[in-house]
Design a protein around this ligand. Structure first.
Ligand SMILES: [Zn+2]
Length: 672
């Protein structure tokens, strides 16, 4: 039988894909595309067709790789995982071959000179690709290029080691408890797991771990302050010279090394520091712009955060230390709102929510969405939806996979199954995967969501719209591709707003047994919870973002990273609460030292500001104002990476982004 992964048309045949197909398909595809790459390199007359050929090559590889990576995430088996892992080096090798290809770099440079400047999208494609070439060091003299490659490799090893230390330190911590009294308040589910673990290791009582859900459960719900303090200390001293495991897996030397490697690699490429390097692919222009952005937000939020802390202390009847914040906040929230997340579940049955969500996007963008049950998928829970324009012409599709099950990665995400690609002889429409981990239906009852789940669904559907409503024909710029990291969360965070609108709630809610809508007073309470302690959460995020950005912008080789000094200065400016001297937050900051958020943590806040500002245009004109919706679709959703993110924002809003809408939305700044 033919290898289903090698089909070049239609949707992937998920039901027929087996682990034994994986390596063969990837190997064969890479060989074929490599041959095409060689041919393209040899063409003497340089025309834009060569660039199109490279778009095609990358799309063919994506077409094969996307279902493999997806299945590995949602329906993993040991065989599939092995096959997937065996392919990773092959894929990485091919990407490096493309990114470091001097011949292609010369070809694109020539094309950029020859192209008619009126061909804006083509020009964008070339300049984007050239930028990425430069950022991978291709244009450096031989010796420097070799050094750059070495730095990149060493960096990825050190970052992985940072992550590994943190994981080992987290896993090694155990708290053994035999006195049930000491565990009062901690949710049953966590205690049940702790009891099983103790039993499995031959202990009586409970064995509590330090994984994030357990840590959160203890710090938020445990009545026992000593236990909370113990957990806090263990958490903020992981992989450091302090706390219960002081000196084991200390990440401090790695922080130094990573900061230094990043700085050197940025200098090689001609930047003054790694923060500038990070911004080369982002919407924010200069480090000064980022600093000003964060400092402005901090200045506005700090008084509110301070007042919230005072409010909390008053409620607690004492000064609130860091290990008591989550606990008293939860108590305060319960007292003030009396609204538990789970209470709302009966009002949000998934089929009802989905129907309401589709109604929202139909009203906004005229889209028609309907299920097609005849499409082959990877699991019986999966549904394929066709998405059509107002005139019924098909736009693309989305596979939804909503329920938690074993062998499925946690969390929620949107990913690309097929990317829009319109080239000579090829007219491929976009198709998305929308994956969540909601509670599955039980017996005849539907899946019942919390309002948090509902917001998550709207968020991921915002990404889906970005992917589907693109009008760009080149895959490297269509949908979310080529969109800067600090702008890519705009459509998702924008759509979240609709999950809170009083006019939308009746569409998405209805008691699963009685059909009753959400009572009006519950609705009001729900809306009030949205801004609960928004100031405290804002200053915490700004502290992280500012620390990350400073560390990379202010690096001086002979002084090292100065992580503690920079953090202390940042906290002085931004934070409203003292932390104990044993706190080693940088040693646990894996977004920045283990992952790819270096000098980019600010992106979370940046995109939030954009999304709130876009939504404020709808608040002014009406949540479903057709003109505003059309304008938004044309400026932002349709253009993907084909235009400058700041330009399209300004075109939509008629001005540069403003902080005010976010500050209003979070209740930090009052109306008017
Ligand atoms: Zn997102």
């Amino acid at each position: 039988m033919k290898n289903p992964l090698l089909e070049t048309e239609g949707l992937p045949a998920f039901n027929f894909i087996r682990p034994e197909h994986v390596e063969a398909a990837v190997q064969q595809t890479l060989d074929q595309q490599r041959a095409k790459l060689r041919q393209t390199e040899k063409i003497a007359a340089v025309t834009f067709e060569s660039a199109e050929e490279l778009e095609r090559i990358q799309d063919v590889i994506h077409r094969v790789w996307s279902p493999i990576a997806h299945l590995n995430a949602v329906l993993s088996t040991p065989e599939l995982r092995d096959a997937y892992n065996n392919c990773l080096p092959m894929i990485a090798e091919f990407s490096t071959e493309m990114a470091q290809n001097g011949t292609l770099y010369a070809l694109y440079s020539q094309l950029e000179q020859d192209i008619d400047p009126a061909e804006k999208i083509k020009l964008r494609l070339l300049s984007h690709t050239l930028r990425d070439f430069r950022l991978s060091g291709v244009s450096l003299p031989e010796e420097e290029r070799v050094r750059f490659k070495h730095l990149v490799m060493e960096l990825s090893q050190r970052q992985a080691a940072f992550e590994q230390n943190l994981m080992d330190a987290t896993d090694a911590f155990k708290h053994h408890e035999v006195n049930e009294e000491a565990l009062v308040g901690i949710p049953d589910m966590v205690l049940r797991r702790a009891k099983e673990l103790a039993k499995a290791q031959g202990h009586s009582g409970w064995l509590l771990t330090l994984d994030p859900p357990t840590y959160l459960a203890v710090i938020t719900h445990a009545k026992n302050e000593d236990l909370r303090a113990h957990y806090y200390e263990a958490w903020v001293t992981r992989a450091s010279d302090q706390g219960p495991q002081a000196g084991r897996w200390d990440n401090r030397p790695l922080i130094e090394k990573i900061a230094s490697l990043r700085h050197e690699s940025a200098l090689l490429l001609g930047f003054n520091n790694y923060a500038e390097f990070s911004l080369a692919t982002k919407m924010a222009g200069t480090p000064e712009e980022v600093f000003e952005f964060l400092q402005n937000l901090a200045e506005k939020s700090k008084p509110v955060a301070r007042a919230e802390l005072e409010d909390l202390s008053e409620f607690a009847g004492r000064a609130v230390e860091p290990w008591n914040v989550a606990y008293y906040s939860e108590q305060l929230k319960q007292t003030r709102f009396g609204l538990a997340d789970d209470e709302l579940r009966p009002y949000f049955p998934l089929p009802r929510v989905l129907q309401g969500l589709f109604k929202v996007v139909e009203k906004l963008f005229g889209l028609k969405i309907r299920a097609n049950y005849g499409i082959d998928a990877w699991h019986p829970d999966v549904t394929y939806y066709e998405v059509c324009a107002e005139d019924k012409s098909p736009i693309g599709g989305v596979f939804t996979d909503f329920f938690a099950r074993p062998n499925k990665r946690g969390g929620a995400w949107m990913d690309e199954c097929l990317v829009r690609c319109k080239l000579e002889g090829l007219n491929q429409q976009p198709v998305a995967y929308l994956v969540c981990n909601f509670n599955p239906p039980v017996d005849s009852d539907p899946s019942l969501l919390t309002h948090d789940d509902v917001v998550t669904l709207f968020h991921e559907f915002g990404h889906t719209l970005h992917h589907l409503l693109t009008e760009v024909d080149y895959p490297s710029l269509s949908g979310i591709n080529g969109v800067p990291w600090d702008a890519v969360e705009l459509p998702s965070q924008f759509l979240e707003n609709y999950a809170w609108l009083p006019e939308v709630l009746p569409w998405i809610s209805g008691h699963y047994q009685t059909g009753q809508p959400l009572p009006a007073e519950t609705l009001a309470t729900l809306n009030a919870t949205r801004t609960f302690q928004a100031g405290l959460s804002m200053v915490r995020q700004i502290e992280f973002a500012l620390f990350d950005f400073r560390l990379h912008a202010e690096y001086v080789p002979d002084q090292g990273s100065r992580a503690e000094e920079i953090l202390a200065r940042t906290r002085q400016e931004v934070a409203v609460m003292e932390v104990p001297s044993f706190n080693r937050f940088p040693n646990t900051f894996s977004h920045v030292f283990g992952g790819s958020y270096a000098a980019g943590y600010y992106s979370y806040k940046w995109a939030e500001v954009l999304a709130a500002d876009v939504f404020s245009a709808f608040e002014e004109k009406g949540s479903f104002d057709p003109e505003t919706a059309k304008h938004f679709r044309n400026c932002i959703l349709a253009t993907g990476g084909s235009r400058d993110a700041m330009d399209v924002f300004k075109e939509f809003r008629g001005r540069a982004p403003s902080l005010d809408p976010l500050l209003r939305q979070t209740g930090i700044q009052l109306e008017g």
